[in-house]
Design a protein around this ligand. Structure first.
Ligand code: FES
Length: 100
């Protein structure tokens, strides 16, 4: 089991040295506001990344896969658009989405 505290890289003293790609992209794209929902979205999107690293998908499946992975999380602030966009961009940048 992994909690939100286990996603970032840390040094020997436990200080965060780097966010994981999903965390960093959520920050870069201002995906959340109050952040109450952020741990759930980070966990779900990270699980999705790890799943697609084993089996990439074709582009035509991307929106459905994101909806299936993140759609059961609730955010009362953002309307999901930036979470979905950031996740789409991470998956594409990591080469986990093939043309087709
Ligand atoms: S950012 Fe506030 S609930 Fe999602």
């Amino acid at each position: 089991m992994r909690t939100i505290e286990g996603h970032a890289s840390r040094d020997e003293q436990g200080k965060v040295t780097a966010l994981n790609p999903i965390q960093q992209r959520f920050v870069d794209e201002f995906a959340f506001q109050c952040s109450y929902c952020a741990p759930g979205f980070v966990n779900a999107a990270t699980v999705l990344v790890e799943k697609l690293q084993r089996q990439p998908i074709v582009k035509s499946q991307l929106e459905k896969v994101i909806e299936d992975s993140l759609g059961h999380h609730i955010c009362r602030c953002t309307g999901y658009v930036r979470y979905y966009s950031a996740t789409r961009n991470v998956l594409t940048d990591l080469g986990l989405v093939k043309e087709g």
